[in-house]
Design a protein around this ligand. Structure first.
Ligand code: FEO
Length: 169
């Protein structure tokens, strides 16, 4: 059985994961308007991945006999100055998510809830990848320096990302 505090923390994380999907969908729509279809597709894939994160949390809460309570989503930002700004915003957001997961791990350890601690380790590892993949895109945009040809090459590269459901990983 989950403690009340743990259930609250997990529900809050479910909201953050679904919001992440909402934010990356907003970024995808921004890239569509900017005619960067590869970046739009990359963000759409990211948005789908975030829903699988939320789903993992929801399944876990149910398995532990808890109650999933969905909260309202806040309106995401929908416009950025440049593609680099959008990806920089994504990195800030992923760091926020990492900190949030670390806080839940701390709570699990305080409460000696080793089942939750063990469950959360998948997300601790995932956040390393999440931050690294966004940082890699930022590095590419910085190297291209906003130049037309470079931007197109990056966009093509971003468009090659495919969605891999966690079960098939
Ligand atoms: Fe679900 Fe991007 O963290």
């Amino acid at each position: 059985m989950l403690s009340e505090n743990m259930q609250k923390a997990l529900n809050s994380q479910i909201n953050k994961e679904i919001y992440s999907s909402y934010l990356y969908t907003a970024m995808s729509m921004y890239f569509e308007v900017e005619d960067l279809s590869g970046a739009a597709s990359w963000m759409k894939t990211q948005a789908l991945e975030e829903l699988t994160h939320a789903d993992k949390f929801m399944s876990y809460v149910n398995e532990r006999g808890g109650r999933v309570i969905l909260e309202a989503l806040k309106k995401p930002v929908f416009s950025w100055e440049t593609p680099l700004d959008a990806f920089s915003g994504a990195l800030v957001h992923e760091r926020f998510i990492s900190a949030s997961i670390n806080d839940i791990v701390s709570l699990a350890r305080e409460e000696k809830d080793f089942m939750s601690d063990n469950f959360l380790q998948w997300f601790v590892a995932e956040q390393v990848e999440e931050e690294a993949s966004v940082s890699e895109v930022i590095r590419m945009f910085k190297l291209a320096g906003g130049a037309g040809g470079g931007l197109l090459m990056i966009d093509r590269e971003l468009g090659s990302r495919v969605f891999i459901p966690p079960a098939a990983e």
